[in-house]
Design a protein around this ligand. Structure first.
Ligand SMILES: Nc1nc2c(ncn2[C@@H]2O[C@H](COP(=O)(O)OP(=O)(O)OP(=O)(O)O)[C@@H](O)[C@H]2O)c(=O)[nH]1
Ligand SMILES: [Mg+2]
Length: 624
C-alpha cells in the first residue's frame, strides 16, 4: 500500500510536469513521502515550563528521555521515534558543516538545553531520539519543542518551523500558573492552519487541589472553545500529572496511576486518534496535491476539447469562444471586480460601525462605566469599596470579553454572508433576497445582489468562481475573525484590565492605610481612587476593543482583494494557454492528430489509475 501510494504521487508529479506544470518541491515531496509511509507526526507545543518534556517522558514511560528542568530546558527540537534500543543522535545546521553525532544520554544537556548550549552556539538543528516505546512502534513520531513565549525568539522560530509537519498537536498548559492566554490562543490559530487535530493536556494536576484543577479546566475549555470555534465538549482535553505517573509505577499503585490521567490519555490515543491515522494522512496527501490535481484535470479536459474539434470552423469557433472568455475576464477584472470591492468596502464599513457601536457600551462614560461608578458611589463603607473593586477585577474583563465575543459572532455571520453573496449566482441568490438571520440587519442587500447578478451573467464562463472564491474566503473569514478577535483580543483585554486593576486596588489600600484620615475622608478618598482606576481601565479596554475591530475588518478586505486578484491572474494564464493550443490545433495533420489522441488516452488512463490509488474520483473522458 505504502509503495503504491508513493508511486502514485511520483506518477502524478511526472504527469503534471509533462502537461506543462511545475514539479513538486523537495519539501513537498518530503512531506508526501512521510504521509505515504504512514508516519504520523505529533508535535508537542506550549508555553515555557508548562511540562511539555515531562509529559512526553510520562507518555512514553521513560524518565528523562528528553531533558526537563525548572529552568528553561528545551532549546532545540527533539524528534522521538521507535528504535529497538534507546539512542540519541545530534543533527547540526547545514551551514555548520558538521556531520551528525551519536551521543549518550548524559551528554544530552550539552546539546539540547539552554544551559548546556546557550543561544545554540553549537548550531544544533535537532536531536533524534530513539526509544523502544510500543506507542511509537506503529509509526508515530513525537516532536518536543522549545517553549513558546520565552525570551528567546529563536525558540519560537524552532517551534514554528516544526508546525507544518504536524499531523496532530498536543497543546500543553498547566493547572498552576495562569489560564490559557493571548499568546497561546494566537499560536493555536497558527496551528490550525496545519492541523485540526489538537489535543489539550493540562499538566501538574496534583500541584493544586481538585476544585482549582476543575475550575482551570472549565475556564480553559471556554477559552479554547472560543478560539477554535468548537463546542467545549468537542475538544479533547486531558488533565494529567507526569510526576504522579512515575510514582504510581514505582509503588505499583493503580489508583494513583489512574489519577495521573495517563491511562485515559493513552486510551484516547489508541482508540480514537491513532485508528484515524491512515485517513488523516490520506487527507493530508490529497490536500497537498489538490492544486496539482486540479491542474491535471483542467489540462486533460482542455486537450480533449481541442482534439474533439474536427473541422476548421470548429477550431475557429473554439478560438472565438476562448477569446470572448478572455474579453469577459478583462471586463470582469476592470469593471465588476472593482465594483464588487467598492460594495464590499461599503458593507464592511457598515459592519465596522455596528461593531464600534457595540464597543461603545464599554466606552468611558458609557453604560458599563456608569454602572460601575454607581456601584462605587453607593458603597456605605471602605470595605464595601474594596469588595466592589475586587469583584470588578473579574467582572470588567468578563464584560469586555463578552462584548467582544458578541461582536465576533455578529461579524463572522455577517461577513460570511456578504462574502457568500459575492460569489453566489443570480439563480441561487435572487436580488433583494434577505436572509432571516438577525445578524444581517445592518447589511444593505441591493449592491451585493447587483454584484451577484453580474456574476450570474458570467456563470458559464466562471463556473469555478464560486468554489474558488467562496472556498478561499470562507476559510479566511473564520480564521481571521475567530482568530483575530476571539483568539487574541479577549485574553489581551483580560490580562490588561486584570493586572491594571489589581495594581490600582493595591494603590487604594496602600494610600488609605498610609493616610490617617477620619473614616468619612477615607471613604471619600477610596471612592475617588476607585473611580479614577475604573475610568482608566475602561478607557484602555475601549481603545483596545475598537483597535481590534478595525484590524479585523481591514484584514477581511485585504484578503478578499487578494483572493479576487489571484483568481483573475490564474484564470488569465489558463485562457492564454488555451488560445495558444487552439492555434497549434489548426495546423495539425491527420496523422499527428491520431497520435495526440492516443497520447491523451494514455495520459487519461494513467491519471485514472493514479486517482484510484489516491482514493479520489478522476473525471471521465467525454468519448466523442
Ligand atoms: N508536579 C508536577 N511537576 C511537573 C509536571 N510536569 C512538569 N513538572 C515540572 O515542571 C518543570 C518544567 O517541566 P518541563 O517538562 O521541563 O517543562 P517544559 O514545558 O518542557 O519546559 P521548556 O522546554 O523549558 O519550555 C519541571 O521542574 C518539572 O518537574 C507535572 O505533571 N507535575
Ligand atoms: Mg521542554
Amino acid at each position: 500500500m505504502r509503495e503504491e501510494l508513493m508511486n502514485a504521487i511520483a506518477a502524478a508529479d511526472r504527469l503534471n510536469v509533462r502537461l506543462g506544470g511545475q514539479p513538486l518541491s523537495e519539501e513537498q515531496l518530503g512531506n508526501l513521502r512521510m504521509w505515504a509511509a504512514g508516519i504520523f507526526r505529533v508535535v508537542v507545543i506550549g508555553e515555557i515550563k508548562k511540562g511539555k518534556s515531562s509529559f512526553i517522558n510520562a507518555l512514553l514511560g521513560a524518565r528523562e528521555l528528553v531533558p526537563t528542568s525548572s529552568e528553561v530546558a528545551t532549546s532545540t527540537m527533539y524528534k522521538i521515534h521507535y528504535t529497538a534500543e534507546k539512542k540519541y543522535r545530534v543533527f547540526f545546521r547545514p551551514e555548520s558543516g558538521k556531520t551528525p553525532l551519536n551521543i549518550v544520554e548524559a551528554d544530552l544537556p550539552l546539546f539540547g538545553t539552554e544551559r548546556g548550549n546557550p543561544g545554540n552556539e553549537k548550531q544544533v538543528a535537532f536531536i533524534e531520539v530513539g526509544v523502544p516505546s510500543p506507542l511509537l512502534k506503529a509509526g508515530v513520531v513525537i516532536f518536543d519543542t522549545p517553549g513558546l513565549g520565552g525570551l528567546l525568539a529563536e525558540h519560537r522560530r524552532v517551534t514554528y518551523e516544526c508546525l507544518p509537519k504536524a499531523d496532530a498537536v498536543f497543546f500543553v498548559c498547566d493547572a498552576v500558573e495562569s489560564a490559557i492566554g493571548k499568546l497561546e490562543t494566537e499560536y493555536l490559530q497558527d496551528v490550525r492552519r496545519f492541523t485540526e487535530h489538537i489535543v489539550t493536556v493540562q499538566t501538574k494536576s496534583c500541584a493544586v487541589d481538585r476544585s482549582a484543577r476543575e475550575a482551570r479546566r472549565k475556564n480553559n475549555l471556554r477559552i479554547l472553545a472560543e478560539c477554535l470555534g468548537k463546542a467545549a465538549d468537542q475538544i479533547p482535553y486531558f488533565t494529567v500529572d507526569s510526576s504522579l505517573r512515575f510514582e504510581a509505577e514505582e509503588y505499583r499503585d493503580q489508583d494513583d496511576l489512574a489519577a495521573s490521567g495517563y491511562p485515559a490519555l493513552l486510551a484516547f490515543m489508541q482508540k480514537e486518534l491513532l485508528p484515524r491515522k491512515r485517513e488523516i494522512l490520506r487527507r493530508r496527501i490529497i490536500a497537498a496535491l489538490t492544486p496539482l490535481m486540479q491542474r491535471i484535470n483542467e489540462s486533460l479536459a482542455a486537450r480533449q476539447t481541442m482534439l474533439d474539434a474536427d473541422s476548421g470552423e470548429k477550431i475557429a469557433q473554439l478560438r472565438k469562444e476562448t477569446e470572448a472568455k478572455q474579453q469577459e475576464l478583462t471586463e470582469w477584472n476592470t469593471v465588476q471586480r472593482v465594483e464588487m470591492m467598492q460594495h464590499l468596502r461599503t458593507e464592511l464599513s457598515t459592519l465596522r460601525n455596528e461593531a464600534v457601536d457595540l464597543c461603545d457600551a464599554n466606552k468611558p462614560n458609557g453604560e458599563l462605566h456608569q454602572k460601575c461608578n454607581a456601584m462605587v458611589n453607593a458603597a456605605a463603607d471602605i470595605n464595601e469599596v474594596r469588595r466592589i473593586m475586587e469583584q470588578m477585577q473579574v467582572s470588567l474583563p468578563d464584560a469586555a470579553s463578552g462584548c467582544m465575543q458578541e461582536i465576533s459572532k455578529r461579524l463572522t455571520a455577517s461577513a460570511n454572508e456578504i462574502l457568500a453573496r459575492m460569489s453566489i449566482t443570480e439563480t441561487q441568490f435572487p436580488p433583494g433576497h434577505r436572509a432571516a438571520s438577525p445578524t444581517t440587519v445592518a447589511i444593505s442587500t441591493t449592491p451585493m445582489a447587483d454584484a451577484a447578478q453580474s456574476m450570474g451573467a458570467m456563470k458559464n464562463n466562471f463556473d469555478d468562481l464560486r468554489t474558488k472564491v467562496y472556498g478561499g474566503l470562507a476559510g479566511m473569514t473564520i480564521a481571521s475573525l475567530a482568530g483575530g478577535i476571539i483568539g487574541s483580543v479577549v485574553p489581551v483585554i483580560g490580562s490588561v484590565v486584570g493586572s491594571w486593576l489589581g495594581m490600582a486596588v493595591a494603590g487604594i489600600w496602600g494610600g488609605v492605610e498610609a493616610a490617617s484620615f477620619k473614616k468619612t475622608q477615607e471613604l471619600r478618598i477610596a471612592k475617588q481612587q476607585a473611580l479614577h482606576a475604573i475610568t482608566q481601565q475602561i478607557a484602555a479596554l475601549h481603545t483596545e476593543m475598537t483597535k481590534q475591530v478595525h484590524r479585523v475588518i481591514q484584514k477581511i478586505q485585504e484578503q478578499v482583494e487578494r483572493t479576487l486578484s489571484d483568481f483573475a491572474r490564474e484564470r488569465e494564464q489558463s485562457l492564454k494557454t488555451e488560445v495558444q493550443r487552439l492555434s497549434e490545433r489548426g495546423k495539425l495533420q491527420q496523422k499527428e492528430l491520431e497520435e495526440r489522441r492516443r497520447e491523451l488516452g494514455a495520459d487519461r488512463r494513467e491519471w485514472q489509475a493514479i486517482c484510484r490509488v489516491l482514493g479520489e474520483p478522476a473525471p471521465q473522458a467525454t468519448n466523442k
